[in-house]
Write a protein that binds this ligand. Structure first.
Ligand code: TYD
Ligand code: MG
Length: 457
């Protein structure tokens, strides 16, 4: 074990500790992530080998525990992403790019709840006046939110560790917090880990909900410690494309609800507005009857969502054809192009392919395969997809179109938005029950050739 005052090197990416500096972290293989930190306080002290400890007691698995009480923020999208409200005593990490709207969202949540619960907003990034300015822009200047600018966790802990200190606490952001028990700079792994640990412990003890704001690095992970994601109960990412006004709140971990759940917001002049019907928003600017455009009936978490997939296939002027993708996986696009080429004889090889998910949404479902294929073929043959059709289905390497989950839910959403046709897989699989088609005409496609056959050559 390292001596008390020895310095150590901590990887800012994974938190691994080494005694010597090396260029590449041996644990996570990241380069240049090791920084020097003082050893005292951060190493486990006094692990006694069982001496002086008390024996712990065990219980059975069966027992009565009531469902955890949940606080409603009044922002329905946020409540839903959290699994139906905020659980008392839980810690929620909100990550996202700078300027995406994390502070705005949490200030709005505080403002909405402050009338019925005690909400504290602790900012380490902005001055009190800046937060007040934002509050007045959001029309929340009269909400009884208690605001403080502080960064010392010792002070914050002393304030919060009293009975009834708060129902909801926002720490904006965890990277600006520090504890003087440790010698390293705010934002380093040791600081972030120690501060979060202390705050989460108090949240559990006193039963308030704790929001931690976390920054995201260029690579899209939470800056510094991944360890933070393990410590909290819920991890939410707030995402959005620059230049697009809507924002997506995505649950990537949730001990009290479903992951992959998303909430959609629109950033307006007076703050974030909820978008109860995202499909209508994503399809708002769609121009019917153009080739290369196809509506995908997707599913984000439990929520069906229609998005437009656009493709442009054009003869390449370069030696190697270009493949550019926005909002979808480029490897998956290469696969679909290869399947179209080898199973349907489409000569895509000498063509540049551009694919875009309109509106800046990121689609990760394999169910989008068929919609991507339809958009590609439509552009290649310059023949529009019929304007009333939605498309979904997973494509296998031999060209078969496979069933995907929740097909009836996708159809319901399509019917709601006035679509009349669905190009979809056969209703195969374990549940061969009759599907409620909602008045949408079903066109079952077994193979990608049937899909290609829908476009005139
Ligand atoms: P902010 O919440 O400060 O982002 P974060 O905390 O994630 O860094 O949001 C800042 C951006 O949001 C800024 O570019 C201005 C914009 N904005 C609006 O468009 N309307 C508003 O009502 C507010 C408060 C911010
Ligand atoms: Mg902020």
């Amino acid at each position: 074990m390292a001596k008390k005052d020895q310095t150590q090197f901590v990887c800012q990416s994974c938190g691994a500790i080494t005694s010597k500096w090396v260029g590449k972290c041996e644990s996570c293989n990241e380069w240049n992530t090791l920084t020097e930190e003082a050893g005292s306080g951060s190493l486990p002290k006094g692990v006694s080998g069982g001496k002086g400890g008390k024996s712990i007691s065990f219980v059975g698995l069966k027992g009565k525990s009531a469902a955890p009480p949940r606080l409603q923020t009044g922002i329905k999208e946020l409540d839903r992403v959290c699994g139906g409200g905020l659980v008392a005593g839980s810690a929620i990490l909100v990550g996202g790019d700078p300027g995406i709207g994390k502070s705005t969202l949490l200030l709005q949540a505080c403002g909405g709840m402050a009338a019925g619960s005690k909400c504290l907003y602790i900012t380490g990034e902005e001055a009190v006046d800046q937060v007040r300015l934002r509050a007045s822009r959001l029309g929340l200047e009269n909400a009884p939110v208690e605001l403080a600018a502080a960064t010392n966790v010792r002070d914050i802990a002393a304030t919060l560790d009293t009975k009834g200190a708060a129902d909801l606490v926002v720490i904006d952001s965890i990277q600006t917090m520090y504890t003087d028990a440790i010698d390293s700079a705010p934002g380093t792994v040791t600081q972030v880990r120690t501060c979060s640990h202390e705050l989460i412990r108090i949240a559990k003890k006193r039963g308030f909900t704790l929001f931690l704001v976390g920054h995201v690095t260029k690579e899209g992970t939470l800056a510094g410690p991944r360890v933070l994601e393990h410590m909290v109960d819920t991890v939410l990412y707030f995402e959005g494309e620059r230049g697009h006004h809507f924002r997506i709140l995505r649950a990537v971990k949730n001990r009290f609800g479903a992951t992959d759940e998303i909430g959609v917001f629109e950033m307006a002049n007076e703050g974030l507005a909820e978008v109860p019907n995202p499909s209508a928003l994503f399809l708002a600017e769609r121009r019917g009857n153009v080739s290369g455009s196809c509506v995908f009936a997707g599913l984000e978490g439990t929520r069906p969502m229609l998005v437009e997939i656009q493709a442009l296939v054009a003869p390449s002027s370069l030696g190697t054809a270009r493949r550019a993708v926005v909002g979808w996986d480029s490897g998956r696009l290469a696969m679909i192009a290869a399947v179209l080429e080898s199973r349907c004889g489409l000569a895509l090889g000498g063509h540049d392919i551009y694919l875009n998910v309109a509106g800046g949404l990121r689609v990760s479902e394999p169910a989008a395969d068929a919609a991507v294929a339809a958009a590609l073929v439509s552009s290649f043959r310059d023949s529009p997809v019929s304007p009333g059709a939605v498309v979904f289905g997973e494509i296998g390497l031999s060209g078969e179109i496979r069933a995907v989950s929740q097909m009836d839910q996708r159809l319901r959403e399509a019917a709601k938005l006035g679509f009349t046709e669905a190009w979809m897989p056969k209703n195969a699989g374990r549940r061969k029950q009759a599907m409620d088609t909602q008045g949408v005409a079903i066109d079952s496609l077994g193979h990608i050739q049937a899909l290609v056959g829908k476009f005139s050559s």
